[in-house]
Design a protein around this ligand. Structure first.
Ligand SMILES: [Fe+2]
Length: 298
């Protein structure tokens, strides 16, 4: 099975894939190749796909096992495998826009997802791009002093941080019970597939850095975020019908844009792919995990 691959930036983030139909079975060699491109480019834009929810999940399985969402949206599957993203009216002429500031998905999970993928159902006539930044390059460019400073730091990620720059949809009842205990993640992690170090940040969910006063932790996170979200690390995706965009939640952060006419609808299916911890993640957090889980129950 062959396809064409075109890099989308000169700085190693984003590649377009053409000439493949993921509603058809994918052979092992092609699966391996696509996963290698994914680990290299971090964001794949697979063009001209036409999916229902089952076909979208099948396409997602080329990259791994489907990871359920922490809460339900829509009625597409009997479980929480497929989520729906849309500009949701919340009263007083306001809208809830998922993912409006830079973040990585579900970092409050002890084992965060490898990847998230979106497939558009309805797009606004203009705007609504998704931006991605390359957290490998952002890490590589840090000063040696900063690398040394953050090398051993571990952050506590909760469902929504009291310091989050934006609100998340509330969860209650049975859905709240499914929220896992806080995720404990090093600020500097190693990618399990490409072996490169990357910065792992998420101001929406980072509640604390272990051993640091909150004001110092917030200042550090702010400084690292300002660095990591520079345009030189970015791929900005303009959506087209037929796109399957899949991104690596370890090596990129992403954000949605609410810059379109809210009288128009922007609606996408969303799935996630299960992740795995690198042995260095487990080693770094082993000593603090028990204490933090006792102190900060979900
Ligand atoms: Fe997101």
């Amino acid at each position: 099975m062959s396809y064409q691959l075109n890099p989308l930036t000169s700085h190693g983030i984003g590649a377009e894939v053409r000439g493949i139909d993921l509603t058809q079975p994918v052979d092992d060699a092609t699966r391996k190749q696509l996963n290698a491109e994914f680990a290299r480019y971090h964001v794949l834009v697979i063009r001209n796909q036409k999916f229902g929810t089952e076909q979208f999940m099948a396409a997602g399985r080329v990259f791994g096992e489907i990871m359920p969402h922490h809460r339900k949206s829509g009625d597409f599957t009997s479980d929480t495998s497929v989520f729906e993203i849309f500009n949701q009216p919340i009263g007083d002429g306001k809208y809830y826009i998922a993912g409006e500031t830079f973040h990585t998905d579900h970092s409050n999970d002890p084992v965060p997802p490898k990847a998230t993928s979106l497939h558009p159902i309805t797009l606004p006539s203009k705007g609504g791009d998704t931006q991605f930044v390359n957290m490998h390059n952002a890490y590589d460019d840090l000063s040696e002093a900063m690398k040394k400073r953050i090398d051993k730091l571990i952050a506590v990620h909760v469902y929504v941080s009291k310091y989050s720059p934006r609100a998340l949809m509330k969860v209650d009842g049975d859905q709240a019970k499914k929220i896992p205990p806080p995720g404990l993640h090093p600020l500097v992690r190693i990618h399990p597939e490409n072996g490169r170090k990357y910065l792992y940040l998420n101001p929406v969910r980072m509640e604390a850095i272990i051993g640091m006063p909150d004001d110092a932790a917030l200042a550090l996170i702010g400084e690292l975020m300002a660095h990591a979200t520079q345009k030189k690390y970015e791929y900005r995706h303009q959506w087209q019908y037929g796109d399957m965009v899949i991104w690596d939640n370890r090596s990129v952060m992403h954000q949605a844009n609410a810059d379109y006419d809210m009288n128009e609808t922007r609606r996408l299916y969303r799935i996630m792919i299960k992740g795995q911890l690198h042995p260095s993640d487990t080693a770094a957090t082993r000593d603090v995990r028990v204490n933090v889980e006792q102190r900060m129950p979900a």
